[in-house]
Design a protein around this ligand. Structure first.
Ligand code: AMP
Ligand code: MG
Length: 274
């Protein structure tokens, strides 16, 4: 069973249709065990992706403040080889970035063949925070959905496997998490008055997310809505979706590695035969 909700192209997304509290009928122990098994499989597939060098993987993580983007990255990377993985966090654009088109800074961080890139926030901020706060006029941001689709298609046509996750929490869960940050020393670094201010725009963010998920879901670059009130379930759902997308490539990557090995062996034999 798929735990993350993969959006079908052409669907008008309403986030109210998804339960942020969902747990797939599992308890924490069983869910954590399954997330670990899938994590191991992710690690194996990720090694093959690196060794075969024919594809890249782009994982986009979006979600309202405290939705668990950092925690998801920590889970996935616990199983990955740092040699082939990169995390890019997209913050408020610098003046140089703002002087370019909005995709300039993200395109530079797209993964090369054999690489995995995880985007902690992404080009979608340019139709989320930018739309909510009208940082550019509507005629500018409204054209961006089509630009995003075209750009993602370009990546797909260059053998990039794309998954985009919207981590869905509810407003009460966000309040608990924000208050936790005030209580725990090790979470204090994340404290920001900005998060409380952004919270006031909750409904407008949801609206902006619904538009992005509605306009920018394709067969090859799908959005997934992830129930994320329970951290262990969020990890399970994301890891499962990634593994399910990568599995069909396994045999092709293995064939490629066998072909590479056979060629190298033939060269070695020819060399030894003098
Ligand atoms: P955080 O990653 O939560 O520490 O904060 C990063 C901040 O950068 C968030 O408040 C984002 O909304 C903001 N940000 C990211 N990308 C953009 C963008 N393209 N335009 C404006 N703000 C952005
Ligand atoms: Mg933040």
């Amino acid at each position: 069973m798929a735990y993350a909700h993969r959006i079908k192209p052409g669907t008008k997304v309403s986030l109210a249709d998804f339960d942020p509290d969902a747990d797939g009928g599992l308890d924490k122990e069983a869910g954590t065990r399954r997330a670990d098994e899938l994590g191991q499989e992710f690690g194996e597939l990720e090694d093959l992706l690196f060794e075969a060098g024919t594809h890249s993987l782009l994982i986009v993580l979006q979600g309202i403040d405290t939705s668990g983007k950092d925690g998801t990255i920590r889970h996935l990377l616990g199983y990955a080889n740092v040699q082939s993985c990169r995390v890019n966090s997209f913050k408020v654009p610098t003046p140089e970035e703002l002087a370019h088109d909005f995709l300039w800074r993200v395109h530079a961080k797209a993964p090369g063949r054999g690489e995995i890139a995880i985007f902690n926030r992404s080009h979608y901020e340019d139709v989320l925070v930018v739309r909510v706060h009208e940082l550019v006029p509507e005629p500018v941001w409204s054209k961006r959905y089509a630009h995003i689709d075209a750009w993602e298609r370009l990546l797909v046509d260059s053998n990039t496997i794309i998954l985009k996750f919207m981590l869905l929490i509810d407003k009460d869960e966000q309040e608990r998490r924000l208050l936790d940050r005030e209580k725990e020393v090790q979470k204090a670094w994340k404290l920001s008055v900005g998060d409380w201010k952004e919270r006031e725009f909750w409904d407008r963010y949801l609206e902006a997310y619904e538009a992005a998920l509605t306009h920018c879901t394709t067969e090859d670059a799908p959005w997934y809505v992830v129930p994320a009130n329970k951290k262990w379930f969020r990890n399970l759902a994301v890891t499962e979706a990634v593994v399910e997308r990568l599995r069909p490539y396994r045999s092709g990557w293995l064939e490629r590695l066998e072909a590479v090995g056979a060629k190298a062996k033939a060269e070695l034999e020819a060399y030894r035969a003098g």
